[in-house]
Ligand binder design. Structure first.
Ligand code: UTP
Length: 224
């Protein structure tokens, strides 16, 4: 059985690569009886690099290309910590990823093409590897009715359906720049089309991460 994790860049590389965090989560996953697909995000470094490209007159495509490079560097960092059970080279597309997943219990990758995010890459990888479920690990402990930082009345859902999740992501997509929903709109549409169970937990709550990997109840949100 394969489980796919979308590991937020803000966890892996909040400013500098966080070796202690990655080591601690790898220790948890290693003890579990599954194969894993791990898609690593870009974090702050990717945003800085993309802004630098834009400031020099680069296109959004070029900014994304540079950000993808950073996601791959973060992925290489995670793969190195996993060691022998992970791929050495970071795949650049899903057919490469699928081949590498056959040979490695942990398949680690970053972004793929400009215009999307690693949330969508994670769901596409889950489709590609026929994963049992996908986990979104970020610095938010679930899906809220509104931005919990700006609205103290925002309520966390323990479970919700695909349509509700798509509505919420769509509503948040149209908000002002800087607002950032926990899962991007395309990723929401993709989990819905394949009926992939998606779990949203705080990446540093390793107890919840373990429960979500097992598909057991946890303190975050389940979308199914
Ligand atoms: P993410 O936005 O997925 O990384 O990718 P993250 O750090 O986990 O996200 P946050 O912290 O929650 O925002 C970083 C950037 O890399 C580019 C996009 O520009 C994206 O914003 N990217 C990533 C792509 O263009 N294509 C991909 O397949 C993945």
């Amino acid at each position: 059985m394969t489980i796919v994790l979308s590991m937020g860049g803000s966890l892996v590389n909040p400013g500098a690569p966080d070796e202690a965090y990655v080591t601690s989560i790898v220790k948890v996953l290693r003890r579990m009886p599954y194969r894993f697909g791990i898609v690593v995000g870009g974090g702050k470094a990717a945003r800085i690099i993309a802004d630098r490209i834009r400031a020099k007159g680069g296109s959004e495509f070029e900014a994304d290309e540079a950000a993808i490079e950073q996601t791959r560097e973060n992925a290489a960092f995670v793969a190195k910590i996993i060691g022998n059970e992970a791929n050495r080279k970071i795949p650049v597309d899903f057919s490469e990823a699928r081949e590498m997943a056959k040979k490695n219990r942990f398949l680690v990758m970053g972004g793929t093409i400009p215009g999307i995010t690693t949330d969508s890459d994670a769901v596409l990888l889950a489709e590609c590897l026929k994963a049992a479920r996908v986990l979104n690990l970020s610095n938010i402990d679930g899906v809220y009715s509104d931005n919990p930082i700006r609205n103290e009345n925002a309520k966390k859902y323990s479970k919700m359906g695909y349509e509700q999740m798509i509505d919420l992501a769509g509503k948040n997509d149209m908000r002002t720049a800087g607002t950032h929903f926990v899962f991007d709109f395309l990723a929401c549409k993709l989990i819905a089309r394949s009926k992939i169970e998606a779990h949203f937990v705080h990446g540093k709550n390793l107890l919840d991460v373990r429960k979500a990997v097992d598909g057991k109840p946890h303190g975050g949100t389940v979308v199914k």
